[in-house]
Design a protein around this ligand. Sequence first.
Ligand code: COA
Length: 388
Amino acid sequence: MDASIVGWGHTRFGRLEGETLESLIVGAAREALADAGIAAAQVDGIWLGNFNAGLVPDGFAASLALQADDDLRFKPATRCENACASGSAAIFAARNAIRAGEARVALVIGAEKMTHLATAEVAEALGHAGYAAQEAGLTFPAIFGRFAAAYFQKWGDRSAALAQIAAKNHRNALSNPLAQMRKDVGFAFCNTVSDKNPIVAAPLRLTDCSLVSDGAAALVLVADDMLGDFRRAVGFRAAAQVNDFLPMSRRDLTAFEGPAQAFRRAYAQAGITVHDLDFAEVHDCFTIAELMLYEAMGLAPPGQGARALDEGWVLKGGALPVNLSGGLKAKGHPVGATGVSMHVIAARQLVGEAGDMQRQDAALGCVFNMGGSGVANYCSILEARKAG
Ligand code: COA
């Protein structure tokens, strides 16, 4: 039997000075349980998405979720780590437990605390998601700078397309009260190298990078034969996980082959094409990633991802709006929280609770969450099982 999402919580993303990893986990977990109307005693298991790798000293964080409610004591709790896709890893593990009949109610949380460290320290911790034998010391901006350089070399300079993506996602974040940066910085600013928008890792500029963020999101999954007890529910039409080789040297830097495989498998499971989707929340950790994902998801042939912008398909009001939440670019990217946040935002869209972000009549939504540079790829196709 499959599982559906019946409640959720989501902290604001940003520089949250009074918060700790523990308080973020507790806040999101309590909100999700209350939203679902589930008592802690009913939870069969807890899955926590958290990357860490030196961001905080709490390297053993799963049981921090028990601080949310004493009735969570003695429940199984497990931390899932798959780099920036740790949140989706937690959701997929929880769903699998329900599908296997091992649990009926699962609490999933994703959380990360990052902003208390200097940018260089954050970069060092995140760099642990690379292949140490060959890529030690490379930061993630540098890794995606290599992807962008290789892509530009093969297909031509696409700096303007990257700036369009940054400007789009910053503008979209104006409609998301939980987003970290709610400022319409504009295309011209994003497309111009300046003191305020320097090159971070050529050819990527500061505005081509996602934010360093604190935040958490949580959701409650239940077995589908329980849906009668809940006012609304969002289910999985498909869910595919595809891992690719870790070394960059074993992958083509001009095409996202692992992500493309994940999309293809998810579409096949769901019996759909990309044109059936009403919206997508995709992993724009860097603007080049979103551009390459347009191709991986089948919106445009290789090298022509920029058409999705030029033709307006991925803009708010377009045929397939991408990252209505502002994406990692402007909503923020507390890495372990991101996959859970994306599923929460998509669930809100599908039951008509996305506020100013709402895509009218959204029936089918796609979440694509990625760990590393196209290494751990999670694609979910979601639809409402029960509207509120
Ligand atoms: N996008 C847009 N604006 C940003 C920004 C970003 N990614 N990062 C910071 N800013 C803004 C700040 O709000 C600040 O604006 P202000 O002067 O108006 O107050 C200004 O830029 C400087 O901020 P600061 O924090 O000093 O920037 P920084 O140089 O220390 O960090 C980056 C900038 C791009 C290096 C940092 O955001 C980063 O490392 N991002 C990537 C994170 C990452 O790798 N995540 C994992 C992905 S796989």
